[in-house]
Every structure is written in C-alpha cells, then in structure tokens.
Design a protein around this ligand. Structure first.
Ligand SMILES: [Zn+2]
Length: 305
C-alpha cells in the first residue's frame, strides 16, 4: 500500500479524527456530534476529548476509533489507537514516545496555534518539528477548521518537513525516521464546527478500526481543507502519476520546496485529469486539487528518486 494507490474502484471512507464534546470542553454531547457527523457523510471519527480516551465502536451510524487529544501545556497531540493517558510530568518527546511504544499513532495538533503570541511554546514551529521532535511523531494537521485553533493552513510545514528529508544535503535528513503524514480535522467544539468538506478520505479494504488504521499508517489517504474537490484516482504506475478529481478547477503536482512541477486546469464541471511523467529528481511529490473557491484537497507526499 502506498499513498498513490487510489484506483477508481477503491473504497474511500471519510473521517474526522479531532473534535471535542461535553466530556471535555466541547459544547455539544457526544451523541449530538456523532449525529452531525453522520448527517455530513462521515464514516468514522475519533472523539478527541482532552486527555480522555474515547470508547471505540460503532455509535449512531459512525465508527468511532479509539483516541484522545493529549493536552499538555507544551503542545497538543491527537493520539489514535492507544489507551495510554499522559503523565503530567512528561516532556513532549516523552509523551510521543510513550504513545508510540503503546501502539499509538501521534498527530501534532494545529501546528501554528498562537504562533504570533507570547505563548508560542505550544506551537510546533520549524525548530521543534525539525529538531526537538523529529522522528517522534507520525503526522501534523495541515488544516484545522475551527477558528479557535489559530492559523488554519500549515501545508507549508509539511513541505518543509518533506523537503528537509528529501534534500541530500539537508542537515536534518538523518534525523527524520519515517514519513510524516498530513491530516485535516475540524477540532470542532460544537456541531456547527463540523463541515462535510473537512477531514480525511481514506482508501481502505473495509470500514473497520484495524483496516482504517492500517491504511492511515501507510498514508493511504488525502485531506479535505474545507473543499468540494474529491480525488477519484491517485495512482503511480511505473513512471506515471495519474490524478483525477471532481469539483476541481486545477490539479497541481507539487515537488520539493513546495514548488509546482505540473498543473492542469478545467471548468470544474467534468472530472479533471492529470498525467505526469516522473523525472526522478523532484525529491517528493504530492497532489493538490483546487475547487472553484480556491480550497484544496491535498494528497499525502511520496518520495521519488
Ligand atoms: Zn482540540
């Protein structure tokens, strides 16, 4: 399985793995949030209340994955597939390693929150991502919908991480163990924050916790950053990268440094298709589908060369 394995007949499942309920600081009950997710077409979710592990299983038509948002003062972490609760004295690295050792997957929440205020230690700035925490986390939120989460778009952070790993002269390349995947979530604190165009689209063999986690760990998903655009194909076969998207006016292929290496435009009515011949010197590749409002669906990156 790789991040570019979506064929037109693959099953995709939509999820939102970061939101809150009245069990922590949310304003609506778990059932109300699940009903809203179901109405917005979500197949699965994680109820990421602060430092409280949710009960997994199917509830109100939505598959709930085990998880939480670990909420230390040094930065918040969405944790999937772990029943561990953090010890207050742990550093951020100790938390990430403990969750990882317990079988969990760790996603750094809203990396740019409060970046321009005095409490910037809760943000995940370049130094923390590339040095302090490198190799200890599995994903970052490149889009966090709730305004309360601060700056919403952090796709530049993902490009920074993948560029540092891809460039042969990159000072940080040897410290990065394993890929960092992009996530988008609502970080909803009430039902109005949940949006049908915000979440992750996973291609999985089936709708079970184990199958979804297998796919998410492999990066076999793309993220919806408040967009109508949807990929129906995202495939690398030989040296050809193929992408097809509906509700898209532009499809772009992005390489090292966040630079576009190819693009195609359309009217957004018919499905848009791009075929790109991989040169081998792009470092990594990822694909963006842009809707008529300029909002993107982002594929996960894949290393090339
Ligand atoms: Zn949160």
């Amino acid at each position: 399985m790789n991040p570019f394995s979506l064929t037109p007949d693959a099953s995709t499942y939509k999820g939102d793995v970061h939101f809150h309920t009245t069990d922590s600081d949310g304003r609506d009950t778990p059932d109300a949030m699940l009903d809203r997710l179901s109405a917005c077409g979500f197949d699965f979710c994680c109820i990421a209340d602060h430092d409280q592990v949710c009960v997994p299983g199917e509830r109100r038509g939505v598959l709930v994955l085990q998880g939480q948002e670990a909420s230390a003062g040094t930065g918040h972490i969405v944790v999937l597939a772990s029943s561990l609760v953090r010890e207050p004295g742990w550093t951020t690295v100790e938390q990430l390693d403990a969750f990882g050792a317990s079988g969990g997957m760790t996603i750094l929440s809203h990396p740019k929150i409060r970046e321009f205020t005095s409490s910037r230690e809760v943000s995940y700035g370049p130094t923390r991502l590339l040095e302090e925490l490198a190799g200890h986390y599995d994903g970052i939120e490149v889009y966090t919908h709730n305004v309360g989460s601060g700056l919403r778009l952090a796709i530049d952070r993902l490009d920074m991480l993948w560029s540092a790993a891809a460039l042969p002269w990159g000072a940080h390349a040897e410290r990065t163990s394993g890929p960092v995947w992009a996530f988008a979530s609502s970080d909803a604190h009430d039902t109005d924050h949940i949006d049908e165009g915000v979440g992750i689209m996973v291609w999985s063999e089936g709708l079970s916790e184990s199958e979804l986690l297998k796919a998410i760990r492999a990066g076999a998903f793309y993220v919806l950053a408040s967009t109508k655009a949807r990929f129906s194909e995202l495939l690398i076969a030989g040296r050809t990268l193929s992408a097809t998207a509906s509700e898209a006016v532009v499809i772009r292929v992005i390489g090292v440094g966040g630079n576009a290496v190819s693009a195609v435009a359309g009217d957004g009515k018919a499905p848009l298709r791009l075929a790109y011949t991989i040169r081998g010197d792009e470092g990594y590749l990822r694909v963006e589908a842009v809707d008529v409002n300029g909002q993107c669906a982002y594929s996960n990156p894949i290393m090339v060369g």
